[in-house]
Write a protein that binds this ligand. Sequence first.
Ligand code: FAD
Length: 290
Amino acid sequence: MRLREIYEDKKTGAFPKISFEVFPPKGGEEHYPALYEELNILKKYNPALVSLTWGAGGKNNNSMELVRALRQDLKLDVMAHFTCICNSREMVEKHIKEIESFGIENVLALRGDEPQDIDVCHTDFRYANELVEFIKSKTDLSVGVAGYPEGHIEAESLDADIENLKRKLNSGGEAVFTQLFFDNDKFFSYVELVRKKGIEVPVIPGIMPIISYKQVEKMTSVAKISVPEMLRENLEKYKDNPDDMKKFGIDYATSQCEELIKSGVCGLHFYTLNKSYSTSKILDNILTAV
Ligand code: FAD
């Protein structure tokens, strides 16, 4: 199903559509079976989409085999990510055609981030809107784009960032998948702002279960993500206790999801970090509560 159809499909009831984000395992192909195992566990939640990231800097160009396997062997509805950075027109065209031939209908078009360790980088596309336009001109793929509830880290203001979001949607983007956030109010006010600007496409909140102190530190150092006081206190409290941190992370994300569902979101996009455990627990919690 294409993005619009997924998020506007009311047949399956009011429960938001679930999607899982995974990345190509760092160790390469020999680690794919471990990822398949985790995805086979998550499959029982009937994901509308499994989205597979694309490493900037051409680091995982061989992930096309993974894209194929997720679609054709695991029978998942895949949304493949693509980045502008270090991707030439020729490379993108070759890959998107391949993706279509696998029976995939959706892609997420991103700019990506400049790699630190590569000298030559193609610069055919500068911003994601150019990539969206290119993909739409060459294929019939349905294209999603990224949104930032607290603004993209390089944007001069949230307003300017939403103007950019509009550019991506005007180029053919059909749904917005957000950066993770820990403060639901940031998401709610973002959606309000976005709607005020006349954007009507689905906006799908990104949820990342907290599994460690380091993970939160890393994320908040590279992106604009607020950490509410209560969360900060608990991160300190469980800093040296991985099991309790994981349990806390599950409870925290469960509360976030419950509030988001109550507000009527059409989807929940889980940043799984290639692990099923926390995401499954959160989904078990919210499904029993429904
Ligand atoms: P853009 O929309 O191009 O925006 C980048 C910056 O430029 C913003 O500050 C924007 O406001 C500004 N801007 C845009 N257009 C203009 C313009 N015309 N003039 C001036 N300023 C402009 N990264 C990966 O490498 N691989 C992945 O698979 C991946 N998956 C992601 C999935 C999601 C759901 C999200 C939220 C992010 C993901 N990222 C991924 C990270 C993403 O690539 C970075 O956040 C990147 O810095 C911005 O990408 P973008 O597509 O939002 O860029």
